[in-house]
Design a protein around this ligand. Structure first.
Ligand code: SIN
Ligand code: CO
Length: 385
């Protein structure tokens, strides 16, 4: 609890949610007092050379800034030569999904476990030498911007002018009216709700910022995905019916009655909690497109049981496990109905400790655990990545 209070400027998670979450920015000095970062610039560059880790380089040439020219975005993976060719200043390296490859970043996320995992996007880490930044922009995400090494000047604005620089390779506001600004030092954190304009500029040559981002899906995106799930899962469907149809004289017209019938039909689609709940748990647990699981080497069920009893079991860093009313999904796949307590521990703590893996406690889960172990969704505890 003490840790949560420091993290949120002395507020409890409930107070933070009531006053700030999705409502207004909050600067938290010393949110993580001892935080110096989880990796150094060369380790981040190393991740950006890995084809399975999404990364971008953003460069800005201050001499060509008129009319928004001068911005350049390059997608990773990169190599040593790309980094060697960079100028001394005015660029930023952004690496997404660091929680998928770094256990310490996953552990960092556990400090935010008062926010549902279904809202979580990822941990992005940026590195920038002096003057580097991604320009003034808005995000549609809630984000906690935690400063690692170095210093970053954050300028923010609640402006309503959201016009963007035309033809720039990234979404940069064409006018930015700074309303507040702070220099964040290691362990300081800035919470921003969606749509607050912000501009972070590195103040020195080792600036690293950790963005803990929470996604907010759009209604249209959810509706499209849900209807697709209805189709795939053969959820109840009905045919258009018009037993009250009257003869028409204008056969080319789509009548008001037809529109009303269809509107009623659509309202009767299974948008109910019993269908939406499992759909959301499945959908939000689906891995992002770039995620690849490496299958574990084959082990008999008996051997797997013995090894689990010695070391315990952990979720792969990329695995997401969510449930709706006890119906669990792992990486977008339905989990058979089993001991809900154990599944809940696995989903929330991301591990089953040795004590839970001994004796016969785990027996009902074992065939399933063995299967997801082979798929690489879980590991024996000594291998956590
Ligand atoms: C950064 O870390 O440079 C960018 C983070 C953001 O503005 O969302
Ligand atoms: Co941003």
């Amino acid at each position: 609890m003490q840790q949560a209070l420091t993290l949120l400027n002395g507020l409890t998670p409930a107070q933070f949610m009531a006053e700030y979450w999705q409502k207004k920015p909050l600067l938290i000095r010393g949110a993580m007092p001892d935080f110096k970062g989880l990796l150094d610039p060369s380790e981040l560059a190393g991740l950006a050379c890995d084809a399975e880790v999404p990364s971008r380089l953003i460069q800005f040439d201050p001499e060509r800034q008129q009319a928004g020219r001068g911005w350049q975005v390059t997608q990773g993976p990169f190599d040593d030569e790309d980094f060697a060719a960079l100028p001394a200043q005015h660029w930023t390296l952004l690496v997404q999904g660091v929680n998928h490859v770094l256990p310490e970043a996953q552990a960092l996320l556990s400090q935010f476990s008062f926010i549902p995992n279904a809202r979580l996007d990822d941990v992005m880490v940026s590195y920038a030498p002096t003057g580097g930044g991604v320009g003034a922009h808005i995000d549609s995400y809630d984000v906690f911007l935690l400063q690692g090494a170095g210093k970053r000047r954050w300028r923010i604005s609640q402006q309503t002018d959201l016009r963007l620089i035309p033809d720039a390779p990234l979404r940069i506001l064409s006018h930015f009216e700074c309303e507040q600004e702070w220099v964040l030092e290691p362990g300081d954190m800035l919470y921003l709700p969606p749509n607050v304009a912000h501009w972070g500029i590195s103040e020195d040559d080792d600036c690293m910022t950790y963005s803990i981002g929470f996604r907010a899906p759009a209604a249209r995106e959810l509706a499209i995905e849900f209807l697709e799930a209805c189709r795939q899962e053969n959820l109840p469907d009905e045919l258009y019916r018009d037993p009250d149809l009257q003869p028409v004289t204008d056969a080319s017209s789509v009548s008001e009655e037809m529109v009303n019938h269809v509107a009623d039909m659509m309202r009767r689609l299974p948008w109910q909690a019993e269908q939406l709940g499992p759909f959301l748990a499945k959908y939000f647990s689906e891995p992002k497109a770039y995620v690849v699981f490496s299958p574990n080497r084959k082990l008999s069920l008996e051997k797997f049981k013995q090894r689990a009893a010695q070391s315990g079991i952990v979720l792969d860093l990329q695995t997401q496990m969510l449930h709706w009313q006890g119906h669990y999904f792992i990486n977008g796949e339905s989990v058979p109905k089993m001991d809900a307590n154990l599944l809940n521990i696995l989903a929330n703590c991301r591990q089953l400790a040795v004590s839970l893996c001994q004796g016969d406690t785990l027996d009902s889960l074992l065939p399933w655990l063995h299967e997801v172990y082979q798929a690489g969704y879980v590991h024996l505890a000594e291998k956590s990545g």
